[in-house]
Design a protein around this ligand. Structure first.
Ligand SMILES: [Mg+2]
Length: 343
C-alpha cells in the first residue's frame, strides 16, 4: 500500500425519532467518516463511538487519528500489518477507531483485488445475509422471521401482556429476541424467563448485568430460553471468560466495541469451537458501518439473523445500504465496501 493521508469528515445525522439507550436519549448520531488514500484508491470507514457502549469518546478518536497521521506522514509504501501496528499503537482502548481504520484499509485492499469486501476476507462467503426486524421500526408486513424487542424494564405483568399482544400481531411463526440490557437480577431473571417460555422466543439478550458472569451461568440452569450476551463481551479475554464460565448460548457481537477484525474473528472462532452461536449487530450507525458489518458477518458465514436492519432511522443517511426484503439483504459484486457516499 502507498498510504498518503487519512482524512476525517465529521457527520451529524438526525434521528427520525429520538433514540433511547439504557442511560441516554439521542436526537442525533455523531461520528466521522474516514477516508484513507492509497495510490489511486480511497478506502472508507466510520468512527462513531456511543456512550454506554464504547469507553472512548469521539474527541479521543480525533486525537488518536491526529497522532496516526503524524506517524504515517510521507511514509510511502507500507505493508498492511505494519500499518495495523501503527493503528494499534495509537488506538489502545479505542475499538471504534480501530474498526473504522481497518475497514477503510480492507476497503482499499478488496478494491485492488476487484472483490467485494466480504469475498476478499473469505472467498467462500455468501452474498445474502439474514437480518432481524426491530419492534417499533418494522411491522408484520415486512416479513421478518425474527423481531427484536427491549423488555425487562417494567412490571413483569406488563411485559407478559406486551408479548401476548406481539405474538397475536406477528403470528406464531415469528420468533422474538428480548433484550433486557442487563436490567434484571438473578431472581427476577429466572421469573422473567419462566414467564416468557410460553412465547416463541429466540433468545434473551443480556438479562443480567454484563460483569455478573456467575449469575448469567446460573440463569442458564433455570430456563429453556437461550441466553445471549452482548455488553458482557468487551474483548477477547471477556469472551474466553464467558466461555469458561458457561455464561451464554449466543454471542451478540458489536464490531465497533471490539475493534480489530482479527480479534473479532478470533472471538467468533472460539465461540464456534464451544458451540456458541454468534450474531453481528451495530449501534444505529450510519450506512458505512452498517455496510462494514454486513460484509464482516458474511465473511464469517454468520447464518443467524444479524442486527443490521435499522436502515431508515435518519432524516438523511450518508449513503444507501442494500434493501431488506423479508428479512434478507444481498450484497452486490461491487469491489470493496461497495458504498457511494452522498454529497
Ligand atoms: Mg443488546
Amino acid at each position: 500500500m502507498n498510504i498518503k493521508k487519512i482524512e476525517s469528515h465529521p457527520y451529524r445525522l438526525k434521528f427520525k425519532k429520538p433514540f433511547k439507550t439504557a442511560g441516554d436519549i439521542y436526537e442525533n448520531r455523531d461520528g466521522f467518516i474516514l477516508k484513507v488514500h492509497s495510490g489511486s484508491f480511497i478506502g472508507i470507514g466510520e468512527v462513531s463511538p456511543l456512550k454506554g457502549f464504547n469507553i472512548e469518546s469521539l474527541q479521543e478518536c480525533y486525537y488518536a487519528l491526529e497522532a496516526i497521521n503524524q506517524t504515517i506522514n510521507d511514509i510511502g509504501n507500507i505493508g498492511r500489518d505494519d500499518l495495523f501496528d501503527i493503528f494499534d499503537l495509537h488506538s489502545m482502548m479505542m475499538p471504534s477507531l480501530l474498526f473504522g481504520l481497518e475497514t477503510a484499509v480492507f476497503d482499499i485492499l478488496s478494491q485492488e483485488s476487484k472483490l467485494p469486501l466480504s469475498k476478499y476476507l473469505n472467498n467462500n462467503s455468501s452474498n445474502v445475509l439474514k437480518v432481524n426486524g426491530i419492534h417499533g421500526l418494522h411491522n408484520p408486513n415486512d416479513g421478518f422471521d425474527i423481531i427484536k424487542i427491549k423488555l425487562g424494564y417494567r412490571n413483569i405483568y406488563d411485559d407478559i401482556k406486551k408479548m401476548e399482544e406481539l405474538s397475536n400481531i406477528y403470528g406464531e411463526k415469528v420468533k422474538f429476541r428480548i433484550d433486557a440490557n442487563g436490567q434484571l437480577d438473578l431472581v427476577k431473571a429466572i421469573r422473567f424467563c419462566k414467564s416468557m417460555e410460553k412465547f416463541n422466543i429466540d433468545y434473551i439478550e443480556q438479562p443480567i448485568a454484563p460483569d455478573n458472569f456467575e449469575d448469567l451461568a446460573e440463569l442458564r440452569l433455570h430456563t429453556k430460553i437461550k441466553v445471549a450476551v452482548d455488553e458482557s463481551i468487551v474483548d477477547i479475554f471477556s469472551a474466553y471468560k464467558l466461555i469458561d464460565n458457561q455464561c451464554a448460548d449466543i454471542f451478540v457481537i458489536k464490531p465497533m466495541t471490539l475493534g480489530k477484525y482479527s480479534t473479532i474473528n478470533k472471538i467468533i472462532e472460539i465461540a464456534k469451537e464451544n458451540e456458541i452461536e454468534c450474531i453481528i449487530t451495530n449501534m444505529f450507525d450510519s450506512a458505512v458501518n452498517r455496510m462494514a458489518c454486513m460484509h464482516f458477518a458474511l465473511s464469517n458465514n454468520i447464518g443467524n439473523e444479524c442486527g443490521i436492519s435499522a436502515d431508515d432511522i435518519f432524516d438523511l443517511d450518508i449513503a444507501k445500504t442494500p434493501e431488506i426484503n423479508n428479512g434478507k439483504l444481498a450484497i452486490n459484486d461491487c469491489p470493496g465496501l461497495g458504498i457511494i457516499l452522498n454529497d
